[in-house]
Write a protein that binds this ligand. Sequence first.
Ligand SMILES: Nc1nc2c(ncn2[C@@H]2O[C@H](COP(=O)(O)OP(=O)(O)O)[C@@H](O)[C@H]2O)c(=O)[nH]1
Ligand SMILES: [Mg+2]
Length: 376
Amino acid sequence: MTMKNLDQLIEAARNHYHDRNLVAFLGEVGSGKTVVSALLKHATFNHFIPRNRGKYEAIISHGSTIINRILGDMIKDGLFPPSTVPQENPSISMEIHILKGRGVGKVELVLQDMSGENYSNFLTKEFSDSEKRLYQLLTFNKSERESIGPLAHLPFSKVYVILIDCSKRKYWEHEQSSAGQMITALKQIKELAKDTKNGRIWNPIAIVFTKTDQLDEKERDLPAEELIKKMPEFVSSLNLQTNGPCGYFKMFVEVEMESERDREARINREEEITRENFERKLKQQEEEIQNAIEKAIDEARNKATQEGKNPQQVEQEVERVRNETESTLRAEYQPETFTFNREEFLKTETKLMTPLKYSNGEYSKFISWILTNCTR
Ligand SMILES: Nc1nc2c(ncn2[C@@H]2O[C@H](COP(=O)(O)OP(=O)(O)O)[C@@H](O)[C@H]2O)c(=O)[nH]1
Ligand SMILES: [Mg+2]
């Protein structure tokens, strides 16, 4: 990598993204990005557009097969989407076209899902060499034909959406907040790409609290503007590194908890399966031991016979080999005892409600906010 090289990449990314109204979604692995993107599609097509007839149009410009499958699983089967595996970086993008009034044009909501590894490389880890990081970010997963890859939209997006996972509420005050680190990393990236103003991120930022159903009763009904106060470190990070407008939102899917009886049955079933597997393994080991002994005995018998030993001597030799082989093998195959960690399976499973219930009003509010802030 040379500086000239990096400058060219930055220019390429700027030319490609700068004049588009891009909205980038950022959040740790498991924070709810995939669920939010699926529900965003649902809310846009089923609530937002029908309620604003004639004013907007929307299309899924990328990833419509994935998003429809995820939505189908959620609506029909009550299933959450599978989590993103390291090699996969599915990208989903939805365009909302503003047909009338101020801000006519289009807004692109881009969700470039990242695996945990990539996320920590690009947005959390302290990076001593920020130029190298930007270089890697711009060229990540790029094809032969292109100069920049799918993450190159990050420095030049218009609005950033940051997801905060409410199921991790108990860590908010302790650990250095990862949302704060993300803002710091983003500012460094934008600074190098020469897209900060007065040394700060100038872009509008939407803070989305996800899984708010997981908050305890005291906090569940707090407005998002109050919830953010529970993350003082993140707030000070925002104050230091950004100076654009901020919007706050709360999103959730209604889930039903497994009943006590269902959970008991699930754990018992799990224990039964574990025990069956254990017993199968023991049986298999025993067979292996017996086969190995048989083989050793055959060899010993053939050898002793060839050496011209009499039948009694042959039998003695066979017996010796049998005992020796058996004790060696038994020592090798340490007999294990059966263990089953009930604790591990005690965690309560949550299921999605069917028919799907979620905070669709908040989604509509969010979409309006995004459209206004993208076109201001
Ligand atoms: N209780 C609850 N759980 C949720 C909600 N949204 C997501 N989850 C859980 O969080 C997991 C991760 O969500 P996902 O969207 O895949 O996160 P991503 O890795 O950021 O894409 C899901 O599999 C669900 O178990 C929600 O609104 N309420
Ligand atoms: Mg995902």
